[in-house]
Design a protein around this ligand. Structure first.
Ligand SMILES: CC(C)=CCC/C(C)=C/CC/C(C)=C/COP(=O)(O)OP(=O)(O)O
Length: 348
């Protein structure tokens, strides 16, 4: 009998990761099995929640209800299924042109069936952080329902947002890496620094994507208090007259992100290379964040334009290449070099 549950499809899931996240596309390519599949599937489960959270066309109370239905499908002790979620989200799937993100939402039952094929210890490492992300996003949406988009009040709220949006992903990765026991000291270092690694990446995204966040998702993550200190209201974050003032808030966000670099490096230095994990997979996003922070220092105002701030493709390739055959002891020197100038120019 056909229950309506689709079969697993790991090939499709791999392609889906390539389509939805530049960061995880590179990371999954740089990992070996089984970590590559497990990180890819864990990320897709997070991405479904993220897409619901960012959906400007769905009213906030409906977004919260969809996240609750999704959570019930993830919860091993609840009756909900991924097909229930698929039915609930069906009326909200953009037609006829679905973006990559919405294709993943539409095929959440395929992602879930593929995930169910993973060993129990991997599933147990992944599900709790994904559910924490889903619950946290629902709380944020409820708290901001009146404005229709996120308007973060102060740095404490931005920090909490970073925890739900990225810190949970850091926990997922750390749970996978430590699942069958690593020395206690090493495990402590990883759990103590994972949140900083996640904050580094998320704050760099907040600093560089102000334009896209506002235009595409109606979200302002730059804290209202930081903007108010520059006499800017969140609704006018992209007004031409505020360009220099908001540029200083972008700069302040980037400065805060830099405070997490040392911890992120400690994470990389302590990370076990078991289960198909590789140093390159995580040193690439780390080193690219250093490059993006350099660009933000040089031109913070560009974060407010459609172009945004990012490192050149040539630098991405140069960083990927060096990361693929570099040991942990070289990370500090690479960081110093990339802080100074684009890496492809340094190695020419
Ligand atoms: C311990 C450890 C390694 C912590 C880091 C956790 C981690 C990788 C969190 C994800 C953060 C993030 C901002 C991803 C990129 O955005 P995106 O996926 O939305 O897509 P983009 O790359 O296309 O912008």
């Amino acid at each position: 009998m056909n229950s309506g549950h689709p079969p697993p499809d790991i090939e499709w899931c791999y392609e889906a990761v390539q389509g939805v996240s530049r960061t995880f596309a590179l990371t999954v390519e740089a990992l070996d099995e089984p970590m590559a599949s497990q990180i890819g599937l864990g990320y897709l489960l997070c991405r479904v929640a993220d897409t619901i959270e960012d959906a400007g066309h769905i009213p906030p109370d409906e977004q919260v209800s969809l996240l609750a239905t999704y959570d019930a499908a993830l919860d091993p002790d609840a009756d909900g299924t991924m097909l229930d979620f698929r039915s609930a989200v069906d009326p909200w799937l953009p037609e006829p042109e679905r973006s990559e993100d919405w294709r993943v939402v539409a095929r959440a039952p395929t992602v879930w069936a593929t995930f169910a094929d993973q060993p129990a210890d991997a599933r147990a490492a992944i599900v709790p952080p994904v559910r924490e992300m889903v619950d946290g996003m629902a709380d944020f949406l409820s708290a901001h329902a009146a404005t229709g988009g996120l308007r973060l009040a102060d740095y404490a709220e931005l920090d909490e947002y970073c925890h739900y949006a990225a810190g949970t992903v850091g926990m997922l990765i750390t749970n996978l890496l430590t699942r069958d026991g690593v020395a206690q000291g090493r495990s402590e270092t990883l759990y103590e620094t994972a949140g900083s690694f996640a904050r580094l990446l998320q704050l760099v995204n907040v600093a560089k994507d102000v334009h896209a966040d506002f235009h595409e998702e109606n979200n302002v993550y730059l804290p209202a208090t930081w903007l108010a200190a520059e006499n800017v209201e969140q609704e006018h974050v992209l007004a031409d007259r505020n360009r220099d003032a908001v540029g200083r808030v972008v700069d302040r966000t980037a400065t805060r992100a830099r405070t997490f670099l040392d911890d992120a490096q400690s994470y990389l230095e302590a990370m076990p290379l078991s289960h198909g994990n590789t140093l390159a997979a995580w040193s690439v996003p780390y080193l690219l964040s250093v490059g993006t922070l350099r660009e933000l220092r040089n031109r913070p105002g560009d974060a407010l334009t459609e172009t945004g701030v990012k490192v050149d493709r040539e630098e991405v390739f140069a960083v990927m290449s060096v990361a693929s055959d570099t040991g942990r002891d070289a990370l500090g020197d690479l960081r110093t070099s990339i802080e100074r100038e684009p890496f492809h120019l340094a190695v020419e």
